[in-house]
Write a protein that binds this ligand. Structure first.
Ligand code: CAO
Length: 415
C-alpha cells in the first residue's frame, strides 16, 4: 500500500528532540526524510544518555526512525554546494537550530527562495518574535515559559514540570501540522512559505484551559472545582490544582490496594454527574444519590475532599485493575496509573503498533513508541534509525555525484 506523503522529500536539518519528532512523523507518513548531520559527530543525542558504549543511544534511535542520514559540513564551501543541490531537490527544509544559525550558515530565507521557490522552510524556535527570540531553549524552559509549570503540582509546593515532553515533542507535532498545511497550500499557490512553531506557543496551546481559568478567576475570584475551594485562598494567578481534573467533571487520583508498596497503585477517578447515582451504589453510599447535600454537582463542589476520601476507602479495597473493571461496567470514567513497565508490556499496545520492537544492527532489539496517528490507507512500518552517514553515498548519487566526486568531497572534509 502507498503512503500519504509518498514523493515528498524532506531535508531534515533537525537535532535533539523537537525537530526530530516532527520529521519522524513525516517519515512515518511516507516522506523521504534525509537527515543532514555533521561528519564525525552527528546529532548530539547519538551520544547522550548512552546505555551501550559506542552505540547510538535510545534517545537518538527513538526519535529518528525511517530516516536516511547524510553527513555534510555545511560550513565548508564544497559542503555548501551539496546542501544547495539538496535544497533544489527537496520540498521542505526542517530545522531547529538556535536562532540565526541557518542565516549564519549562509542559508537565509531569501537564498533558499532563490534556489527553490517551492521550498517550505519549517522551524522550531524557543520563542516567537519578542524579548526572548534570540534565546536557546530546551524542553523545560518551554514548559516554564508556556504556563505549564506554574499550573502543575500542588498548591503548597513549587512549580513542577511534566514528564510528557510537551515543549519538544508537542512542538514537533505542531510543526508537522504546519508543514502538511503548507504543502497543501502550495498545491494552489505553487509557492513555498515559512512555517514557525515556537515552543512557548506550543506549550501555551496545550495549556489553554489554564488561560481560560485565569479569566474565570479574574471575573469571579474563585474556582469551585479547584482543591483550594472552599477553605483555601485564591491569589491573582491560576494556582496549581494538584490532580484536579481541569474540566467540568471533578476528578482526583485515589489510592488502590497495594499503594503502600507500589508507587503506581492508584486510579484516576472522575465523579461524572450523569453516573453519580451509580458511583454512590458502587461505594455503598446509596443515600448520597438523593441527599440534597450531595445529589447535585453544585452541592458536591464544596465537599469534593470528603467525597473523594469516601471513594478512596472503596478503591483501597481493590487493585487498580479490579477497580477499573468494576467501574467501567457502570460507565464511570476512570483510568489506572500505568507505569512505563506496565505500558511496555501491554499486549494491546503492541498489537496496534503503538509500542513496537525494532532491531538495530549495533544495539539489537529495543522498544519504541510507534506512530500514535493511525491512517487506514497509509499504514506505518517503523524501521530503525540510520547510522551516522549511512546514506551519504546513496543520496549523493541521487543528486548526480559520481563516485570520484564523492571521494574527492570526502578528502576535502565536505561530507
Ligand atoms: N555542518 C556544519 N555546522 C553545523 C552543522 C553541519 N552539518 N549542523 C549544525 N551546525 C552548526 C550550526 O550552524 C551552529 O553554528 P553557529 O553557532 O556557528 O551558528 C552550531 O552547529 C550549533 O547549532 P545550535 O546552536 O543549534 O546547537 P546548540 O547545541 O548550541 O544548541 C539548542 C542546541 C537545542 C539549545 C538550539 O539548537 C535551540 O535553541 N534550538 C531551537 C529550540 C529547540 O528546538 N529546542 C529543543 C531542543 S530539544 O530539547
Amino acid at each position: 500500500m502507498g503512503k500519504a506523503l509518498d514523493g515528498v522529500r524532506i531535508l531534515d536539518f533537525t537535532h535533539v528532540q523537537s525537530g526530530p519528532t516532527c520529521t519522524q512523523l513525516l517519515a512515518w507518513f511516507g516522506a523521504d526524510v534525509i537527515k543532514v548531520e555533521r561528519a564525525g559527530a552527528g546529532d548530539i543525542t547519538r551520544e547522550q544518555l548512552r546505555d551501550i558504549p559506542d552505540v547510538d543511544s535510545l534517545y537518538f534511535t527513538m526519535l529518528n526512525h525511517n530516516k536516511r542520514s547524510v553527513t555534510i559540513d555545511t560550513k565548508n564551501p564544497e559542503g555548501k554546494l551539496v546542501l544547495e543541490a539538496l535544497i533544489q531537490k527537496c520540498d521542505v527544509l526542517v530545522e531547529n537550530f538556535a536562532p540565526g544559525a541557518l542565516d549564519r550558515m549562509g542559508f537565509t530565507w531569501e537564498r533558499i527562495q532563490e534556489l527553490n521557490p517551492k521550498m517550505i522552510v519549517a522551524s522550531v524556535k524557543g520563542f516567537g518574535p519578542g524579548p526572548y527570540e534570540d534565546c536557546k531553549v530546551y524542553e523545560n524552559v518551554a514548559q516554564c515559559a508556556g504556563g505549564a509549570a506554574s499550573t502543575t503540582g500542588f498548591d503548597d509546593g513549587p512549580p513542577v514540570v511534566s514528564g510528557a515532553q510537551i515543549g519538544d515533542s508537542g512542538t514537533g507535532l505542531h510543526l508537522a501540522l504546519g508543514i502538511v498545511t503548507a504543502l497543501f497550500q502550495r498545491v494552489s499557490t505553487g509557492r513555498g512559505q515559512r512555517v514557525l512553531a515556537a515552543m512557548q506557543d506550543g506549550v501555551l496551546n496545550l495549556c489553554r484551559v489554564k488561560l481560560r481559568d485565569q479569566q474565570r478567576l479574574e471575573r469571579t475570584g474563585v474556582m469551585k472545582e479547584y482543591p483550594q475551594y472552599p477553605n483555601g485562598t485564591f491569589g491573582e494567578a491560576v494556582p496549581r490544582a494538584g490532580n484536579a481534573s481541569g474540566g467540568g467533571q471533578p476528578g482526583w487520583i485515589l489510592k488502590c490496594k497495594g499503594w503502600e508498596a507500589d508507587p503506581n497503585a492508584y486510579i484516576y477517578f472522575i465523579t461524572q454527574a450523569p453516573v453519580w447515582a451509580k458511583i454512590c451504589n458502587v461505594i455503598g453510599k446509596e443515600e448520597w444519590a438523593t441527599d440534597p447535600e450531595y445529589a447535585t454537582p453544585a452541592a458536591r463542589l464544596p465537599r469534593l475532599k470528603e467525597i473523594f476520601a469516601e471513594i478512596e476507602r472503596w478503591t483501597m479495597t481493590k487493585t487498580k485493575f479490579e477497580a477499573m473493571e468494576i467501574l467501567n461496567k457502570y460507565d464511570i470514567p476512570c483510568g489506572p496509573i500505568l507505569s512505563m513497565k506496565e505500558i511496555a508490556e501491554e499486549p494491546s499496545l503492541r498489537k496496534t503498533g503503538t509500542i513496537v520492537e525494532v532491531d538495530h544492527p549495533l544495539r539489537g532489539k529495543y522498544l519504541t513508541v510507534g506512530n500514535p496517528i493511525k491512517l487506514s490507507d497509509s499504514p506505518t512500518e517503523v524501521t530503525r534509525s540510520p547510522l551516522l552517514g549511512e546514506h551519504t553515498e546513496e543520496v549523493m548519487a541521487e543528486l548526480g555525484y559520481s563516485l570520484d566526486q564523492i571521494s574527492a568531497l570526502r578528502v576535502a572534509g565536505a561530507i
